[in-house]
Design a protein. Sequence first.
Length: 466
Amino acid sequence: MRAIGRAGHDYHQVPTLVEARRDSFKSPKPDAPRLLAFDLITEVNRGDGYSNLLLPQALTSSRLEERDRNLVTELVYGTLRMQGKHDWVLAQISDRAWSQVDPGIIDIARLGVHQIHEMRIPDHAAVAATVEVARKRMGESKASFVNALLRSVTRKSMNDWFAPLADIQDPVTRMSIQYSHPEWIISAYYDLLKDWQQVEAALAINNIPALPTLVSWPGYSTQSDLTAIGAEATTHSQLGARWKGNPGSLDLIRHRLAGVQDEGSQLVATVFASLASGSSWLDLCAGPGGKAALLSSIATQRGIAFTANEISTPRAELVKRVVHGARVWTGDGRYVATHNESFDAILIDAPCTGLGALRRRPEVRWRRSLTDLRELTQLQRELVHSAIGVLNDGGVLGYATCSPHLAETTVQVNDILKHYPQMELLDIAPYLPDTLTDATRGAAMALWTHRHGTDAMYLAVLRKES
């Protein structure tokens, strides 16, 4: 067969098509975990699915044992997370432009490289098992190409493959390859952190899977209830605990007495609630309902009427399940004034690039772009305008994102202060837990995963003057 590599590779060691097809008359026998992992990766990369939604559903409906479930989880999340790094290797081997290779081959090759470079799987086993999946899903010809690609990857150690990175002078280019992040995200981190060691730490931790974090809902459960079942109490939130296992198996979760929520998101809700008062609260962008569930529980304890608004009907139905009877509206938050109601406290958990939650949402780093950033910041401004229009005098507005990007955080708050002179920015520092250090940017809360162990959440709180 023709050579698939360059730069000194021994092409005579690459299997010929005849050799690769020696057993082609045998039916492909892929193992179930890798076959499922490939199908999920395909759905995420080619069908715009979301791994954090698809994977749990697939595992729940499967008959896989726990060990195989863990394998699928690492294969899916890990391959999606590190695919930029894997592509850098594969592009050097392929005899055609990697961007022009069949998408199925790209995804299956990434899956194979992940096992070779990132997991404790022997090279021969990783190659053979991945090729069986390729045979099943793509046929013998493409499987032969995958086989040749992966065998060429194994001819050098991982250290040898990445040794050339030491000669790359531009830190953005080097870190983009090493830590598998688009360059624009690395530049955005540097704009905030102003220190390449800090940037490197932030990138590195994005590639470490996060343990599930549970949240107790006041009035329904406590942190002690979580630790009593073996969870480890969170450092900063008095309501949370980390769980080494499947949260869906817990009675507290199944009976909707507690939820699953990152500690940073818990802090957004509890800090906002500590600054909010009055008799009516609104969560303008409730999403799947994590913050809405916690805020509704707090509001109920205080005798406050709580409303959640969500634009998506399916997600609004999810919100209804966790707010314990609180009112849920379905509609675009930019037109919330059509309900002819006003509120004493409003939280905008704004749609954003999600750059602060990349360890939990591995595909987001590849889906977002600077074009998305421009569109999202415009949407954020429109949501702010809508919220201020239905906020009572003396009421407070919480503006939160799961992104540290300047354009989605500090710049937006400065824009509010410029265009709405009736809005006053409150100092959030006195309301933060004593355990949190170096967690503010100006008067706002600004968390970082590598510093605080949470998603990189941002929260600014403003009061509307009379």
